[in-house]
Design a protein around this ligand. Structure first.
Ligand SMILES: NC(=O)c1ccc[n+]([C@@H]2O[C@H](COP(=O)([O-])OP(=O)(O)OC[C@H]3O[C@@H](n4cnc5c(N)ncnc54)[C@H](O)[C@@H]3O)[C@@H](O)[C@H]2O)c1
Length: 283
């Protein structure tokens, strides 16, 4: 059954992965304030419990469920907990994400696997879990995938983070095209630096990916990490990002950008692509 594009939030339900911190937590608060029931799903139990606690007074119902988005069964379980608590889910935010070092000197397969499992497969697992449900209930729905400006330009270099975010942008574009006729919206969020705990992602690195490879603070990779930490500190407040996303859902917008000062970097990439396409035309 075809749904309708979501304009009204009150009384509906949002499911947010990575909801215990940063952007996901800000989503949770904004949805609750808009009158939605909210299920926060996260891998970090203590942070999740305090996030749920601190949002209690904001909306008709906020709950939390433990979930590792890298594991499809864990997401299925979390979805079931959400249906049992609140009934149908309408907005799904595939937002959980982690960052780990990359570069050319120490290409760590564990780093690549962890980042791709959470940032890319986690988004896919969310779509795969909730899409049949949203299509079946026919009450309208919207999928929000958190990518990054790192999915628009590769300024962070050769890294699993950039690869994962380019993939999330591409899959969101493809999904939007296929869901449009069904009246289900898709938004891909591409922020620059936001003041969150993403720089401390290692706190949630499961043991199966091994320890993070040692980082020499004096190396170029170490300097980049220190620089990024400063940019994150000076980053946008997550509540501003959440407000933009709610507005995009209401308007049915695909892309959300929050950092206009990064436009030049995207322009540069497109200019290089256009120039190369020009050479193809000359063949
Ligand atoms: N902070 C930024 O500057 C920035 C910029 C662009 C994009 N993003 C993206 O925003 C999203 C949210 O990150 P944030 O910046 O709020 O960071 P954050 O660390 O504050 O929050 C991320 C949340 O995801 C959870 N998480 C990590 N692994 C998980 C897993 N396997 N399963 C379930 N939950 C898991 C963490 O416990 C945490 O609560 C990420 O996808 C990130 O890549 C962040």
């Amino acid at each position: 059954m075809a749904g309708t594009v979501m304009r009204e939030f009150a009384g509906k339900t949002a499911f947010v992965t990575g909801g215990a911190s940063g952007i996901g937590f800000a989503f949770g608060r904004a949805f609750a304030e808009a009158g939605m029931k909210v299920m926060l799903a996260d891998i970090e139990p203590e942070a999740l419990a305090s996030a749920v606690e601190s949002l209690q007074s904001f909306g008709p119902g906020v709950r939390g469920v433990s979930c590792d988005v890298a594991d499809p069964a864990s997401l299925e379980h979390a979805a079931k907990a959400s249906y049992e608590a609140f009934g149908n889910v309408h907005v799904v935010c595939n937002n959980a994400g982690v960052a780990a070092g990359g570069g050319i000197d120490n290409i760590s397969l564990d780093n690549w696997r962890w980042v791709l499992d959470v940032n890319l497969m986690g988004v896919l697992h969310g779509v795969r879990t909730f899409l049949p449900h949203i299509r079946a209930h026919g009450e309208g729905g919207h999928i929000v995938n958190t990518a990054s400006m790192a999915g628009m330009e590769s300024g962070l270099g050769f890294s699993p983070y950039v690869a994962s975010k380019f993939a999330v942008v591409a899959m969101s574009e493809g999904l939007a095209m296929q869901l449009k006729p069904l009246g289900i919206g898709v938004t891909v969020l591409c922020p620059g630096y936001v003041r969150t705990r993403i720089g401390e992602s290692g706190r949630n690195r499961p043991a199966r990916y091994g320890p993070a490879p040692p980082l020499d603070a004096a190396s170029p990779a170490g300097a980049l990490v220190a620089q990024i930490a400063k940019f994150l500190q000076a980053g946008l407040d997550p509540s501003e990002v959440a407000a933009r996303v709610l507005s995009a859902i209401r308007k049915g917008e695909l892309y959300v950008f929050t950092h206009p000062e990064m436009r030049g970097e995207v322009d540069e990439r497109f200019a290089a692509i256009q120039a190369a396409m020009g050479k193809a035309a000359a063949l």
